[in-house]
Every structure is written in C-alpha cells, then in structure tokens.
Design a protein around this ligand. Structure first.
Ligand code: C5P
Length: 215
C-alpha cells in the first residue's frame, strides 16, 4: 500500500468517450482518447488512493495496477457511477455524449431510406446528478472543454453542477487536447485559479497535488 494524502480513500475516475448507437453498427461519439482520465487515475494511485477507473471504448492500454470497469453508453456509465456514488472522490474526465438517438433501430438502417431524420434525446447529466446528491466531505472534480470564454463557462459549470473543482481545457487555437499527449488546463474552484501545462501525466499530478496535498 502506498502512503499518501489519498491513502484509505476511494477514488472513482471516468475516462474516454461514450457511444450512442442508433442501429447495430452505427453510433454517435467523439474523439476522446481516455489519456487524461487514465493519467488522473494513475496520479491518484500514486497518492495512495484505492482507485477504480471506469472507461469507455478506448485504444490505450489500461495497466493491471488500475482496477477498471467498462461502459459503452452514457446510460451504462450512469449505472456504474450509481454503484460508486459514495466514493470519497469522483473525477469525471469522460467525454459523455450530451445526446443519444431517440430510438434504436434493431436492424441496420438501409441507405435506400433517403432523407432519414435522426431524432436525438438528451442524456442524463451524470455529474450534475452527483452534485445534487453530494455527500459531506465528498470531492467532485469535473472537466470542461470550451472553445470560447474558458474561465466564465467553466466557472458556470462549477456552480451549476455543485463541483469542488473543474479542470477546463481551452479548445480554441490550432491544437486540440483530444488524443494529444500534452494539455493545458485551467483548474478552478470557487475561490482559486491555477493553470498547468505539460504532459497529461504531469498535469494530472499537479492537479491532484494542488487539491489534496496540504503544503
Ligand atoms: O456540461 P459539460 O458537458 O461541458 O460538462 C462536462 C463535465 O460534465 C465533464 O466532467 C463530463 O464528464 C460531465 N458530464 C456528465 N454527464 C453528461 C455530460 C457531461 O457527467 N451527460
């Protein structure tokens, strides 16, 4: 057992994209690689935490030292989160699809069906649900990707979802954080603001050190 500020704490981290299937072979998703979430899980483990990584369909390898469970859709992730909703720390780094197809077609949609309209329904906001039922002492950490007004939009999400911390990615500019090994993050709480750049591993360590190491 590693001794550190998170020793004895249960930490749940979600990572990667969701897939929302509209027929047996087609889905709505996004390019999330799961790298930032895995880096957060590794960093929490190094601080002594008992970590569980919940991850969507990703191609990076999850080391055996990180216990993990898999999900495909947002609804599946929601079910996994409900099982662990009392964890001491929950880090939502997954890129959860905001929408899913309103109906699932049991058979492959045929290309002859010209002008097919795809109806979408909102997915549950898992992090907002967690924020509404937050336990005493529980720490909720969210992520936000923004293409404009990074600070204001992230601050709004922090409040709306009742989070303790939010890690905001600036997607403006040429390089996207999606899939990259490097990142730049603005870490916000109600009162504080810090910005970190470097590899996702370095940033994850800095974020958790800032939040959990009292020095
Ligand atoms: O509101 P927005 O989707 O930008 O918020 C991003 C944060 O909320 C991330 O931490 C993401 O994991 C979480 N989220 C969620 N459920 C959703 C959408 C986002 O938990 N349906």
């Amino acid at each position: 057992r590693i001794q550190g500020p998170l020793t004895g704490k249960k930490v749940v981290v979600s990572a990667g994209p969701t897939r929302e299937f509209l027929d047996p072979i087609r889905f709505i998703s996004n390019p999330s690689s799961g790298k930032m979430g895995l880096a957060m899980a590794e960093a929490a483990r190094v601080l002594g935490a008992n970590v569980t990584l919940l991850h969507g369909p990703i191609s990076i390898e999850i080391p055996d030292r990180i216990p993990s469970k898999t999900f495909v859709s947002a609804d599946e992730l929601f079910n996994l989160i409900k099982e662990d909703a009392n964890a001491d720390v929950i880090i939502m780094a997954a890129a959860v699809s905001d929408f899913k197809p309103s109906t699932f077609q049991q058979q492959k949609v045929k290309k002859e069906q010209a002008d097919t309209e795809l109806k979408l329904t909102r997915n549950p906001d898992i992090l907002e649900w967690l924020g509404n039922r937050k336990n005493e002492g529980q720490v909720l950490i969210g992520f936000a990707m923004e293409t404009e007004n990074l600070r204001q939009n992230a601050q709004k999400k922090l409040q709306k979802k009742n989070l303790d911390w939010i890690c905001a990615n600036d997607l403006a500019g040429e390089s996207s954080a999606f899939g990259s090994d490097e990142n730049r993050i603005l870490l916000l709480s109600e009162e504080t603001e810090e910005s970190y750049s470097g590899t996702k591993q370095e940033i994850a360590r800095k974020i958790l050190h800032r939040i959990f190491s009292a020095d």
